[in-house]
Design a binder for this molecule. Structure first.
Ligand code: ADE
Length: 232
């Protein structure tokens, strides 16, 4: 079965976007995953095709209506394989991690709801069992870029997409550590040399050096990841 991303958005022209190029783009063209966009505005019911309204209780901005978002979600679910999760991209969501990406890549696909206003009526998230997911502690102008980030992270893990399973196993987060530094020719560049151990041909020593580098990097840059690893 092909992993399928169904994106609910007011801006379907933003897709495939970055997902049309490089690794994900080639895999899409090769049919290794599928992308469908659903225009939320198609589910508007009034003559102005409005999808949002002013917030109950007052305040700034507009809120996406529950009835319209629900109709879009229900339409997406008609064609989705059983077990396909529905996620709402939002800075309030559970932070996306590589562990979660691995789980999502093993699901049949994902239905991704993108917001563009102050938010969405909470009732639709509750009634349709939609989980909020964030790609980081900053605010984007909409969920579309976040959806592309999530899809890219999943697609590269699909069987036959990356074509180099070894590098997947060694990359950052695979072992809970950040990845060690890389070098290639020339041996000397602007007076900087490649660490001797990497030219030694001693594979045990090289692996040891890489491990040390990965640990040192993780400790200094990501004390949060390091602490989690020590607790395991
Ligand atoms: N929409 C706006 N900001 C976002 C974020 N940080 N993560 C996911 N979706 C978002």
């Amino acid at each position: 079965m092909t992993w399928r991303a169904t994106v609910l958005t007011l801006f379907p022209e933003m897709f495939p976007g970055t997902l049309g190029s490089s690794l994900a783009g080639k895999a899409l063209a090769d049919g290794k995953w599928a992308l469908e966009t659903i225009d939320i505005r198609d589910f508007a019911t009034d003559k102005h095709r409005s999808v949002d309204d002013t917030p109950a209780g007052g305040g700034a901005g507009m809120v996406m209506r529950a009835d319209i978002a629900a109709a879009a979600i229900d339409a997406a679910r008609v064609n989705a394989a059983p077990g396909t999760p529905t996620l709402y991209l939002s800075p309030r969501g559970t932070p996306l991690t590589q562990d979660r990406v691995r789980t999502l890549a093993q699901a049949p696909g994902a239905i991704l709801l993108c917001g563009r206003f102050e938010g969405i009526d909470q009732r639709v998230l509750d009634a349709r069992n939609v989980e909020e997911v964030s790609i980081g502690d900053y605010v984007l102008s909409g969920g579309e870029l976040a959806a592309q980030v999530l899809i890219d992270a999943c697609v590269r893990l699909l069987p036959g997409v990356a074509g180099n399973e070894g590098s997947l196993a060694e990359e950052s987060f695979a072992s809970g550590l950040l990845e060690y530094p890389h070098y290639t020719r020339p041996r000397e560049w602007e007076g900087r040399t490649i660490p001797d151990v990497l030219l030694s041909g001693d594979h045990r020593k090289i692996a040891e050096w890489r491990r040390e580098q990965a640990e040192a990097l993780t400790k200094t840059r990501r004390p949060d990841l390091w602490a989690k690893l020590k607790r395991k």
